[in-house]
Design a protein around this ligand. Structure first.
Ligand code: OSB
Ligand code: MG
Length: 368
């Protein structure tokens, strides 16, 4: 395949409700969308980098810079063997997985469309329906939290994850357990604790959590291994896992028993599939995380979630939970059973609404 051009667009959309984590609050989402035109077929990707470097080191600006000034010069005019070979072509660039993930995923979409195959089948996925959970941000009051959980359970979602931080942890979890004794419940701290806080994290063990996600430092495997030895509840790593080597180290060290997978954090489908296979061989279940994506990133998350070892509900949810109007047709919908039916159309299986995307575009650059 040959890439004629790539089009970078930055769009901005307000969230239906602000999303608060231990590292900040998002009300408007800036997103970098990437369209790769290959042999006349457009593939689409999304960089999940945020406005600031608070979840991970990358930002919308760094992703744009790396794509334009380093990734495009490598790919420009080259014949590309297959989407699976793009990751190794980008190897000279260290890190910047959210930039790489955008183009890599777009080329997988384009390749699947050229083969007239759904992307999930092209990737070797096995699931026709994926199980869904929700991630609920930090709320101003426990009443608001309970009302939100009630609404999400009524919509069918199969598990509830709440964001926690020091000063907002045992209380909301205790309250939810009183109200909903039998639901599948977990927490995500986004690196807000230190190992010295382990006794506070231990208190969460009274509430039968499925897992505790990323409690400690964003790049600190060793402390997570120490923490996991002190806890019965599985630790799930998100921020810490950015490469196959980190995944292997985390598993061998006993730093986690579950891994959250994100295409942007890992750099695309090729590294994600390798990590998926490694986890499967080590009996470490994985699930697909979310980054408040537009429909483009959401569609990719659905394709990724069809791989066999994605055995736990992910943070992949309906478009309407985040957007008044999404940028794809149809929008992502969730069944009353809390699942998403995987689309059968070619590529990502949802059609980007280019006119709507253009109307939302704050900045655009064509690289040819
Ligand atoms: O840690 O999983 C996370 C959103 C932004 C940054 C990090 C995370 C999240 C979420 C939201 O939890 C998941 C979603 O998109 O629904
Ligand atoms: Mg997380």
């Amino acid at each position: 395949m040959k890439i004629q051009k790539i089009i970078l667009r930055e769009i901005r959309m307000p969230l239906v409700t602000p999303f608060e984590t231990s590292f900040g609050r998002v009300t408007d989402r800036r997103m970098l969308l990437l369209e790769a035109v290959t042999d006349g077929v457009s593939g689409w990707g999304e960089s999940v980098a945020g406005e600031g470097p608070f979840y991970a080191p990358e930002t919308v600006e760094t992703a744009w810079h790396i794509l334009r000034d380093f990734i495009w010069p490598i790919l420009k005019g080259r014949k590309i063997e297959s989407a699976a070979s793009v990751w190794s072509m980008l190897e000279p660039i260290r890190g910047h997985h959210m930039a790489k993930g955008a183009i890599e995923a777009a080329l997988w979409d384009a390749e699947a469309k050229q083969k007239e195959l759904p992307l999930w089948k092209h990737l070797g996925g096995v699931r026709k329906e994926i199980p869904c959970g929700v991630s609920i941000g930090i709320k101003g009051t426990l009443e608001e939290l309970v009302a939100t959980v009630e609404r999400e359970l009524a919509a069918g979602y199969q598990r509830i994850k709440i964001k926690i931080k020091p000063g907002y942890d045992v209380e909301p979890v205790e309250r939810l357990r009183q109200q909903f004794p039998r639901i599948r419940l977990m927490v995500d701290a986004n690196s807000a604790y230190r190992l010295a806080d382990w006794l506070q994290l231990k208190r969460l063990e009274a509430y039968y959590l499925m897992m505790i996600e990323q409690p400690l430092g964003w790049d600190d495997l060793y402390s997570h291994a120490e923490l996991q030895r002190k806890l019965e509840t599985p630790v799930c790593l998100d921020e810490c896992i950015h490469t196959e080597e980190h995944a292997r180290a985390a598993i061998e060290l006993g730093a986690c028993r579950i891994i959250n997978m994100k295409l942007g954090r890992l750099g695309g489908y090729t590294p994600a599939r390798r990590i998926h296979d490694l986890c499967q061989s080590k009996q470490i279940p994985v699930w697909c995380g979310g980054m408040l994506e537009s429909g483009i990133g959401r569609a990719h998350n659905i394709s990724l979630s069809t791989l066999e070892n994605f055995s736990l509900p992910g943070d992949v949810t309906a478009s309407r939970r985040y957007w008044v109007e999404d940028v794809i047709q149809p929008e992502v919908e969730v069944t009353p059973q809390g699942t998403i039916r995987v689309p059968e159309g070619p590529g990502i299986g949802y059609t980007p609404r280019v006119d709507r995307i253009e109307a939302l575009t704050a900045r655009k650059e064509v690289l040819a």
